[in-house]
Design a protein around this ligand. Structure first.
Ligand code: ARG
Length: 248
């Protein structure tokens, strides 16, 4: 009797089987994080993550469905089965890893700082951010927010729902600095920050591997994802997608 129960438990369908049976891979992300996922002029979600999961769906022989979700609800959405995985530039950290499993990292980023034009003299390095009177912005519920609070406790922290709002606050001189992930700060600096006289401290001061999150207790799916990453990293597919979004 016990053996039967053990066997039934082992046979619990993997998300992988559900995806194949359904014929659709459902991916949760929040558009707005350049160049990983953002909305183009036509309203389509495009970016590095989107191309990666498009390749993934192709390898599974299924269609792709993007579920655009607010960042603060993105893990609850996975836990309540609104999508099969999160591919949203999510940093693998220990706190999140208590709730979800992560496939091996597909890229490594880190926190950087955009400095307002009027604060450029008083803030020379990221360590100068930890001072009274310094106002720092970042995005709600991100590792940027966590880093700002942890590393710069003497500063005043101001949270924003979206990353572009946080960066515009600094561009407009209402804050001294925005702390956020490297690729996004660098794109914003090139597009708007530089001509507005902002300073960019582009040396990352945190270590942040990004990974796809899935529900716990699904070794089959995790195994598939990890092997998929190794494969695309070495057969030219990863390189092509990487160069498309990060190439100069
Ligand atoms: N890497 C950061 C984090 O995990 C920011 C990710 C934000 N992603 C997004 N799609 N808005 O907290």
């Amino acid at each position: 009797k016990q053996d039967v129960n053990v066997r039934l438990e082992l046979q619990k369908a993997s998300t992988l089987e559900k995806i194949v049976q359904r014929g659709t891979l459902r991916v949760g992300l929040e558009a707005g994080y350049m160049p990983f996922e953002m909305t183009d002029k036509k309203g389509t979600v495009v970016g590095f993550d989107v191309d990666m999961v498009t390749e993934m769906a192709k390898a599974m022989g299924v269609k792709l469905e993007i579920v655009n979700t607010a960042w603060d609800g993105i893990i609850p959405g996975l836990l309540s089965d609104k999508y099969d995985l999160i591919a949203s530039g999510m940093t693998i950290n220990q706190e999140r890893n208590l709730k979800v499993n992560f496939a091996n990292p597909y890229i490594v980023v880190g926190q950087t700082a955009l400095i307002a034009a009027q604060s450029a003299d008083k803030i020379q390095t990221w360590k100068d951010l930890n001072n009274e009177g310094v106002v720092i912005t970042s995005k709600l519920g991100t590792t940027g927010e966590q880093a700002a609070k942890r590393l710069f406790p003497k500063a005043t922290y101001k949270s924003f729902e979206m990353e572009d709002q946080a960066m515009l606050e600094t561009l407009n001189g209402k804050a001294d600095a925005t702390v956020y992930d490297l690729p996004m700060t660098s794109i914003f600096f090139a597009q708007r920050g530089k001509e507005a006289g902002m300073k960019f401290l582009n040396e990352p001061f945190t270590y942040e591997p990004l990974g796809w999150a899935i529900n716990k207790g699904d070794p089959d799916f995790l195994n598939w994802l990890n092997n998929f990453i190794v494969q695309i990293r070495n057969d030219g597919r990863y390189e092509r997608i990487y160069n498309k979004w990060f190439g100069s």
